[in-house]
Design a protein around this ligand. Sequence first.
Ligand SMILES: [Zn+2]
Length: 281
Amino acid sequence: MLARPMRTDLLACPEDHTALREDGDLLRCEHGHEWPVRDGAPVFTAAVGGFERRAEWERKQENSVPEYEQEEADQQARRGTMAWTVGRLFGEFWSQPVGDAAKVLDVGCSVYAELPYRRPAERFVGVDPLPGSPAREYEFVQAFGERLPFAAGTFDVALLATSLDHVADPLAVLRECARAAPRVAIWIGIIEPGLDFGVLEALARVPREPLYRPRAAAAAARTLYALNAAPKDYADELHLHRFELIQMRELVAAAGLALERQMLITDYSQTTPHLFLDATR
Ligand SMILES: [Zn+2]
């Protein structure tokens, strides 16, 4: 199946934000920058060359692929996850102030054909550096969030759904979102201050039983012992960043955005609470 073709009317050159015209299998700007179109999706990833931590970024993207492929192959299991449920909530969160006739940009839309947080919209355009599923249910552009191929103010809202901790330069991505849209809605897993991510992971493995039961108490003791013995340089093989709530609020402010709404979601079954932020410029 071919990708749902991206209409080119919203696109602009990622180098200079001037208009693009179609020329065979290329999109061309007035300054002579050329961008290919593959399977109906414009490809702008060449606009970002070498960047800090590029090798690490590529390795972590590759690490994610088996999980992405497994989830894409088993849609029913994906719909049963906590992340899917939180994604539905994020859909309600971002769409509430903009309604169902908005132009929506989803930065780091992932590789999936279907997104739990997608809602009715005039346009719903996903951007990701990975080509992903050929059967996406929304318009798709292959590009980096640090260099978006759109003119200023093209969209009503830009979404960052569990993507800001996977990018090389979170502040640059936030600034690009704020350039492309007057409103930015963020969904991200955060770390709790004072709690090491490895501690959260280990505690999540302790059975959810009252500690006065001998087996639960023994499991908790074993976990605490293992934690004490484990090296404290827990390395995350999927994310480039882990943010605390206060750091997220600082990033939003640094991008010139003012926070309008904040929601924190946790049922303590996850190692990281989910944070929704809604900010305007
Ligand atoms: Zn150009």
